[in-house]
Design a protein around this ligand. Structure first.
Ligand SMILES: Cc1cc2nc3c(=O)[nH]c(=O)nc-3n(C[C@H](O)[C@H](O)[C@H](O)COP(=O)(O)OP(=O)(O)OC[C@H]3O[C@@H](n4cnc5c(N)ncnc54)[C@H](O)[C@@H]3O)c2cc1C
Length: 449
């Protein structure tokens, strides 16, 4: 029986977001006693935050982690399957480009707050998990794990030393800052010059879908884009990604009339579906995006996980999927019975190359979504990649598919193979060879694939 099963390792998790809560469930399933601190009120009793709904794409990695925690069936009613990208040109038309080769190669839209609430609801029923809301962590002593938190009245309380403290308190992590103040890690944010704003597209008056439901909708416009993901109630959550500055950036759209004119010019079909556009545009917050570069993630009794360690931009739809992968690995390492220090060191070592890889691929995917999809050869290139997968199963899996549908392929390996695949696709397109099996086989051989 492992040390953890004997109850020797107590883990304190700061942040009952999706990563902190899933980690608590996995650890408790292994018999560990977990304390989970959250600064917000209990989401099961309070109102949802408006204009910050964040509709996520969950893919194989996230689904596998949920299944491992026994949560997939509980979450399933919240999911809407998406089988491809539905493009919208300025006239409102455009193709639906399938994501994968097989009918089960789907990604799933889910509301982050709903997903989080389902996980919290499950955690609250587990006796080994002690959930505490309204506690904002403000400091941690990495030597003994002594944690200080502030309650709603502003009183700061310092806890008795905890076991391992896992900071799952998101991209703005207070605990990461506490370690940084002590010179124990270096963290920099690489801000994106583009911000985002969410808009709600309601279901039709009779309850029908306003857009094709089983697709991720994209209005690519080169320097900016609008996307929309479906919700189970037949509404959509749309997100505008736009430069922060400039006349055609958020700066130039401060006046509601300017924002409306911009939408009428660029996204007329979407505008027609948002009856209260002016109010939404004025009221909903403008969010910032950045890639976090942080190292190390571990200092004595404290470990960072999820966005607190490696927040990325959302364009590959992988931030949470990646955070859920963290949970599975960390729970496995802690369950193996080695001491928590070596588990943390192994966690860092195994995750770093992969989180760096998905951070880079997420930035690249922004260009693809807003601009490259408009290139005349984009659809042909995607088709060719899928055709190669059909003819060379297992040997050629398009990079997007490796990231989204193949949880068994680490991100760093997907990035490495993806770079080699680009040369093969370039050569086949240049030679106008299509997916000629003999030529393709030679090129794959030469590329080492
Ligand atoms: C616009 C947008 C779109 C996205 N789309 C996708 C997508 O399609 N697919 C995908 O996989 N990912 C996506 N992401 C990323 C995803 O939202 C994050 O990766 C994920 O939420 C990270 O989970 P987390 O639990 O680590 O952090 P968070 O979700 O940020 O949760 C942190 C938790 O800690 C709490 N907390 C914070 N500070 C403290 C404190 N001091 N004390 C106590 N508690 C604290 C917070 O209240 C919160 O509950 C998107 C992100 C954005 C912004």
């Amino acid at each position: 029986m492992s040390a953890s099963r004997r109850g020797a390792t107590a883990v304190t998790i700061v942040g009952a977001g999706p990563v902190g809560t899933l980690l608590a469930l996995l650890l408790a399933a292994d018999g560990q006693r977990v304390r989970l601190f959250e600064r917000r009120a209990d989401p099961r009793t309070g109102p949802a935050e408006r204009g910050r709904s964040i509709n996520l794409a969950l893919a194989a990695r996230g689904l596998a982690a949920l299944a491992q925690a026994g949560m997939l069936e509980r979450v399933r009613p919240e999911l809407v399957a998406m089988r491809g990208r539905q493009l919208h040109d300025r006239g409102g038309g455009g193709p639906l480009l399938p994501y994968g080769l097989r009918p089960d190669e789907l990604i799933y839209a889910v509301d982050r707050a709903r997903l989080n609430t389902v996980l919290i609801d499950a955690a609250a029923r587990v006796p080994l998990i002690e959930l505490q809301f309204g506690r904002r962590a403000v400091d941690v002593d990495p030597d003994d794990g002594r944690l200080s938190w502030r309650d709603a009245g502003g009183t700061v309380v310092t806890e008795e030393p905890a076991g391992l403290v896992v900071a799952a308190d998101g991209a703005g992590s207070a605990l990461r800052q506490a370690l940084q103040r002590r010179g124990l890690l270096q963290a920099t944010e690489d801000p994106l010059a583009h911000d985002y704003k969410e808009l709600h597209i309601p279901a039709l008056a009779g309850g029908g879908w306003p857009l094709e439901p089983h697709a991720l909708h994209i209005w690519p416009r080169g320097e900016f884009m609008l996307i929309a993901l479906p919700n189970p109630d037949h509404s959509f959550t749309a997100t505008l990604f736009l430069p922060a500055l400039g006349r055609d950036g958020f700066e130039g759209l401060a006046d509601p009339a300017a924002a409306r004119a911009f939408f009428a010019r660029e996204f007329a079909d979407a505008l027609a579906l948002i009856p209260d556009f002016d109010a939404q545009f004025a009221m909903h917050p403008q969010g910032k995006l950045a890639t976090l570069h942080c190292w190390p993630w571990h200092a004595r009794r404290v470990l960072l996980a999820g966005d607190a360690a490696h927040a990325i931009v959302p364009f590959h739809g992988q931030g949470l999927n990646c955070g859920f992968e963290d949970c599975v690995l960390l729970a496995r390492l802690l369950a193996q019975g080695s001491d928590s220090q070596s588990a943390c060191m192994q966690f860092e070592r195994q995750r770093r190359a992969n989180t760096d890889a998905i951070a880079a691929m997420a930035i690249e995917n922004y260009r693809e979504m807003r601009a490259t999809v408009l290139a005349p050869d984009f659809a042909a290139r995607k088709q060719l990649a899928l055709e190669l997968e059909r003819r060379f199963p297992g040997r050629f899996i398009p990079r997007y598919s490796m990231v989204m549908f193949h949880a068994e392929i680490p991100y760093a390996e997907a990035q490495r193979r993806g770079a080699l695949q680009e040369h093969v696709l370039d050569a086949l397109l240049a030679a106008r060879a299509g997916a000629d099996s003999a030529v393709a086989a030679r090129l794959l051989e030469e590329a080492g694939l």
